[in-house]
Design a protein around this ligand. Structure first.
Ligand code: AMP
Length: 542
């Protein structure tokens, strides 16, 4: 027997329809690429998205066409996403931090037929356009006054192109499982792999992530997604914010501490989200300037492990609650979030930080387990760590073109490549990437735990741990440190700070001081590069 309820396909443009109808006047503020702060609202964004869809349709773009965007977080970028999807196309976010050749490779692999590009990134497109055979239209996200005059490419001005459509257009109709978006993961090894979101998965992900103990955002909030739309969908905020009618404040191209602070303050931002590197810059600016964060209530921190010292500073000095989150491009991207369950509600001080150092628990809509190398499920005891596997309606079931098949099993579990443990209350803690974990004498050492501990030292700016070959133990940890400016801690200072806080056999065998630690295009420490740099390193214990 079937239920007798309506078929109401979960389509992304229904989100912007809803926002325009129920929250049409809500501000969407952006630091524009041209400079000034601009202000629009959901009503206007929907109107312009409709015109964008109509113009794409008029230009012959059809259902399933992949259309790239190379752009910062702005209202224009948002309306373009909805316009592309509403015409049945697939927005394909490109990460400008990749090398131009990688971007060209990705565009060819995806078969992108058009690109919307910010002025900032035009040089990238100019460098690669002739290598992307499928590309037939380049639309620059600006007005006539700011159009470059001397480009060798045939460029279209977005504002004029949009103005030529009157908006008398009806969103296209299609199945909710139709592709809506694409994003390639920038793996540290091998070719990038394409994740393809569907309308259904984006809508469900937004519903999942606006649960109170997930992002928990509401119409009366002012939200700043610092996490870029070109990296893992800005953690879905371009869908969640209009779904709940929250005000959005887009930081555009400027992520430095002062610029972020300016928007947090003038736009009275109550909720924001970004990777730890961004918050390091903001915290340094606050410390220097003596400014406070009177409006901000919550900050979501993820993308890489949130250092304990950062959580502590936000909470104790600035009165801002930290929600530590974990996710990945393949998960749309949210996987776990660190709201405190009643079991932990009364904790304070170190005991609370111990829980917040974990990446949190899965909301409804995300299933997880950890397994050993034989695929046997490990108990949730907060200790035994193994491969973290996930499944759910907003988790990838394959990569575009069938790459990486081995990461998906017959029961739909996706192997995240992360190593983690889960405690009795469901809180997961990442201990490593599977390829970074150090295998010492047959036992595993978590590099992330060591890094987290080392950055707690007041003179340490950044820390990375890699395994270095050891004749007796196979591998032993080497701690690599960038000192804070003007500070000069010694190896012994650092090691004695760590002593007693971890098992003796986890203690790094040596400390190396460097001026720079290499990062990937998505801001993660590039351990493959570090391993190359230290390939001939001899440990004093060897
Ligand atoms: P991406 O798909 O580029 O967002 O990268 C996803 C990967 O980033 C995950 O598989 C983790 O290895 C890492 N990651 C994300 N969030 C966290 C976190 N809170 N703590 C530690 N690692 C994280």
């Amino acid at each position: 027997m079937l239920g007798l309820m309506q078929e109401w396909p979960l389509l992304c443009h229904k989100i912007i329809d809803y926002a325009a109808q129920q929250h049409g006047n809500r501000d969407v503020v952006s630091r524009s690429i041209e400079g000034p702060i601009t202000r629009t609202n959901y009503g206007q964004i929907r109107d312009r998205a409709l015109r964008c869809a109509q113009a794409l349709d008029r230009d012959g773009f059809k259902l399933g066409d992949r259309i790239a965007t190379l752009a910062w977080n702005t209202a224009r970028h948002t309306e373009v996403w909805y316009g592309i999807m509403g015409n049945g196309g697939v927005y394909h976010t490109l990460n400008p931090r990749l090398f131009p050749e990688q971007i060209a490779w990705i565009m060819n692999h995806a078969g992108d037929s058009a690109i919307f590009v910010d002025l900032t990134f035009l040089p990238i497109v100019e460098a690669i356009a002739d290598q992307v055979k499928s590309l037939r239209k380049i639309i620059v996200l600006t007005d006539e006054a700011h159009m470059p005059k001397d480009s060798k490419l045939d460029l279209v001005c977005y504002e004029s192109w949009l103005a030529a459509a009157d908006g008398d257009f009806t969103w296209k109709e299609f199945d909710e499982n139709t592709a809506a978006g694409m994003c390639y993961t920038s793996g540290t090894t091998g070719d990038p792999k394409g994740v393809v979101y569907s309308h259904r998965s984006n809508v469900l992900h937004a519903l999942i992530s606006c649960q109170p103990d997930a992002l928990g955002i509401a119409a009366n909030e002012s939200i700043m997604p610092v996490v870029p739309m070109f990296h893992a969908n800005a953690w879905g905020i371009a869908f969640t914010a209009p779904m709940v009618g929250a005000k959005v404040v887009n930081p555009g191209a400027q992520m430095d501490g002062e610029s972020i602070y300016e928007l947090l303050d003038t736009e009275k931002v109550t909720f924001t989200a970004a990777v730890p590197t961004v918050w390091l810059m903001l915290l340094a600016y606050l410390e220097e300037s003596g400014k406070m964060l009177p409006h901000l209530n919550r900050v979501v921190i993820g993308g890489s492990a949130c250092p304990r010292a950062m959580t502590q500073k936000f909470q104790d000095v600035y009165g801002v609650d930290v929600v530590h989150a974990w996710g990945m491009t393949e998960m749309s991207p949210l996987g776990t979030l660190g709201a405190l369950k009643p079991e932990y509600a009364d904790l304070s001080g170190d005991a609370k930080l111990d829980i917040q150092e974990k990446q949190g628990y899965a909301p409804f809509g995300v299933e997880m387990k950890v397994t050993d190398d034989e695929n046997i499920e490990l108990p949730w005891d907060g200790e035994k760590f193994g491969r973290l596997k996930v499944r759910g309606p907003a988790v990838a079931s394959a990569y575009y073109g069938g790459a990486g098949e081995e990461q998906f099993d017959d029961e739909n579990w996706f192997d995240t490549g992360d190593v983690a443990h889960i405690n009795e209350n469901g809180y997961m803690q990442i201990t490593d990437r599977a390829k970074d974990v150090i295998k010492s004498g047959g036992e595993w050492i978590s590099t992330i735990d060591l890094e987290n501990l080392a950055v707690g030292h007041p003179d340490v700016q950044e820390a990375a741990v890699i395994g270095v070959v050891h004749p007796k133990w196979d591998e032993r940890p080497l701690l690599i440190i960038i000192r804070k400016e003007g500070k000069d801690p010694s190896k012994d200072d650092i090691l004695s700070f760590m002593d007693g806080k971890i098992a003796k056999w986890w203690m790094p065998d040596d400390v190396a001081f460097v001026d720079e630690i290499p990062h990937t295009a998505t801001g993660k420490i590039q351990k493959t590069e570090l391993r190359k740099q230290f390939a001939d390193y001899t440990l004093p214990t060897a």
